[in-house]
Every structure is written in C-alpha cells, then in structure tokens.
Design a protein around this ligand. Structure first.
Ligand code: AMP
Ligand code: ZN
Ligand code: FE
Ligand code: FE
Length: 273
C-alpha cells in the first residue's frame, strides 16, 4: 500500500498540473493521493473522478501559531462558501504582499514589476517561488536557492510575511467544510513551538498530525507516531512534492507498513489493501 497525501500543483507553487501529478503518482504505483495546494483546493475538482487511483480532496492552509504553521485539510467540500471566501481573501492578500516585496527590491536597486511576477504564477496563489522564478528570468539570480538565500528567505532582506489566520480559525474553516484537520510536518517546526502546540492540538480540534513527511527522519517519525497514539490523534503521510521548487523531493508513495498509519488511512476513507 503506497499513499501520498501531500502534493502541490500549479494551483499553488507546484510545477505540474493536478492531472500531471496524478499521472506521475499512478506511474509510481501510488494507490491513493491528496492534492494539498497552499490556500487553494480547486485542483481536486479537475481530477476527482479517476478510476485507477483514489483521490482525496485537500488543502494546506497557512496559519499562525508563534510563527507560521501549516494546517492540512482532508475530505473537504471544495465548494464550501466560507472556505472559498477564505481562499479568495488569501489570494488578494498575497498580491498585496508581492507589491510590498517589489518595493523592497526597488530599495535595493532591482526593478521588478508585478506583471513579471504574475507571469510566473499559474494559479491564484502568488508566492515567493514565483518571485524567485521572475528573478531568475531577469538574471538577478541563477537558482531558486540563491533567490531565497539573498532576498526571499525568512531572514533575507526583501522578505515580507504573509497575512495568516490564527491556527484555531484554520481548523474551524476545514471542519466547517466537512473535513478533518492535520498538522503538517510538525518535525520541521522549531522545537519550542512544537512543545507549546502539541498539548493543545486536541483542544483546537485537530484530527491528526503528519508524522510521515519527506523531511522527517526515521527517529522523528517514530517519536511523532508514539506521541499521536498517546494523544488520541491519527497520523498521515505525505511527500510535500512541489516539482522543480524542491528537486530532492519526489512523489514517494509512503509504504504504509505501520499498523497505526494503516488504521488512520482507513479512518480517512482510504481503501487499504
Ligand atoms: P510563500 O507561501 O509565498 O511564503 O512561499 C512559501 C513557499 O516557498 C514554500 O512552500 C516553498 O515552496 C518555498 N520556499 C520557502 N523557503 C524556501 C527556500 N529556502 N528555498 C526554496 N524554496 C523555499
Ligand atoms: Zn509550497
Ligand atoms: Fe507546508
Ligand atoms: Fe506543502
């Protein structure tokens, strides 16, 4: 049983369309996937009726808890009004933020226009990877990595944070759309933030945590899964595949060997064989 419940597409900052991503997953023998674009869920509607692979609806909401926290939602109604309203608000605020970042570039003598940035963006979720692509096209930098190190990274000179919703609100939006909320990649959160958040997950209404993630070590996965079992939370697995933006990460198709992971996947409605 191979499952990948964390995939990005051109609806946010992934390199490939939902159809291309689903086709790649099928070629790799993955049996169930979820499309989890940043602050966007409509990619699922393009691929949902596939006879050869099980496809779950999904989203990865950007939220705030002592800094940035990502909240995955599964089995959501992608046409839910409150969810769509939230997606549209985020889309507008991302454009405002890009304007602010362009202003910073100007202060450093780099002329970048909103049109140049928009040209790199395939969906409605304008993000730093698109700014990085525009900088590459202009020859300001030669790689995404350089763009983030010199200009766009959290501590770099042109970084502007995004407007984010409180983590409790993110969970409520997902549950309001009929879905379940899962804390994304807890293993890459600063330890102090995880220590503070972990005891509150049940109170916020989280259903599970993404214990299995491409950036978690085997030891981290074991630790997170034990924590989930002890806390009455389920676990999920995902690669966080983006395509070219994260060249080291492939659609992995987690081999679901762990009994608790299989139990959790069944709980999500995945047909485990
Ligand atoms: P944004 O949503 O605009 O804040 O951009 C976040 C996205 O930028 C992440 O999902 C990653 O795809 C990408 N990203 C963040 N940090 C880096 C980095 N250091 N190198 C490459 N990509 C990054
Ligand atoms: Zn991303
Ligand atoms: Fe994330
Ligand atoms: Fe992601």
């Amino acid at each position: 049983m191979t499952v990948d419940l964390h995939l990005h597409t051109t609806y946010s900052d992934g390199s490939f369309s939902p159809k291309q991503v689903v086709d790649m997953a099928k070629k790799r023998g993955v049996q169930a996937v979820a499309i989890t674009d940043h602050d966007e869920c409509r990619g699922y509607l393009e691929v949902k009726d596939d006879k050869d692979i099980q496809i779950l609806s999904g989203i990865e909401l950007s939220a705030d808890f002592k800094g940035e926290a990502h909240v995955l939602g599964y089995n959501i109604d992608c046409t839910n009004k409150a969810l769509i309203d939230h997606i549209e608000e985020q889309s507008v605020s991302r454009i405002k933020r890009a304007h602010k970042m362009i202003e910073r570039f100007r202060e450093f003598g780099i002329e970048l226009t909103i049109d140049e940035v928009m040209q790199e963006c395939t969906g409605d979720v304008l993000g730093r990877p698109h700014i990085a692509d525009a900088l590459m096209k202009k020859g300001v930098v030669s790689s995404t990595k350089e763009a983030f190190t010199r200009f766009l990274g959290r501590y770099a000179k042109c970084y502007v944070p995004r407007a984010k919703v409180d983590i409790a609100k993110a969970v409520d939006i997902i549950r309001g759309a009929g879905g379940v909320a899962v804390l994304a990649h807890p293993g890459i959160m600063p330890g102090s933030v995880w220590n503070e958040l972990s005891g509150k997950l049940k109170d916020y209404g989280f259903w599970g945590i993404e214990a299995y993630h491409s950036e978690h070590s085997k030891g981290k996965i074991r630790e997170l899964e034990s924590f989930a079992i002890a806390s009455g939370l389920f676990v999920t697995c995902g690669s966080d595949y983006h395509g070219y933006a994260k060249p080291d990460v492939d659609i992995c198709g987690e081999q679901a060997h762990s009994r608790y992971l299989i139990q959790s996947l069944k709980e999500l409605g995945i047909k485990c064989t």
